[in-house]
Design a protein. Structure first.
Length: 128
């Protein structure tokens, strides 16, 4: 687990990444760098480089954010209740640094039926 003060994170991350990753913000739909990306590779946490999602599990959910039907390893993410904004959702957090990635929903494709709806700004793509 990477432990840093919020001041350290604020110095290291650009303002929009800090807002989303550390303050649990959300980028506007259809504006993120990876919404329509079909490049092959590994999506890693923008804050710490933890490998999170393979391009092999990315799909077009039409929701405005990059979507994946499976994480690389369930030990690399943490799922936790999020009752903010008057909604009951499940937040997806990086297990290594505790950064907010997005949310998971039960309306994804098979074989998992899951849709990890992740902010582009929370990710970096390490191309193959």
């Amino acid at each position: 687990m990477i432990v840093k003060t919020e001041q350290e994170w604020k110095k290291e991350l650009p303002p929009e990444q800090y807002r989303v990753l550390r303050e649990k913000g959300t980028e506007s739909a259809f504006t993120g760098e990876y919404v329509n990306t079909t490049d092959k590779g590994m999506y890693v946490c923008a804050a710490c480089g933890n490998e999170l999602f393979s391009s092999e599990t990315k799909f077009d959910a039409g929701c405005g954010w990059p979507s994946f039907w499976q994480a690389v390893d369930n030990k690399k993410i943490i799922l936790q209740p999020d009752n903010s904004h008057g909604k009951q959702r499940t937040e997806v957090v990086c297990a290594r640094c505790g950064s907010h990635l997005g949310h998971i929903f039960d309306d994804g494709p098979q074989p998992t039926g899951k849709r990890y709806c992740i902010n582009s700004v929370s990710l970096n793509l390490k191309k193959e």
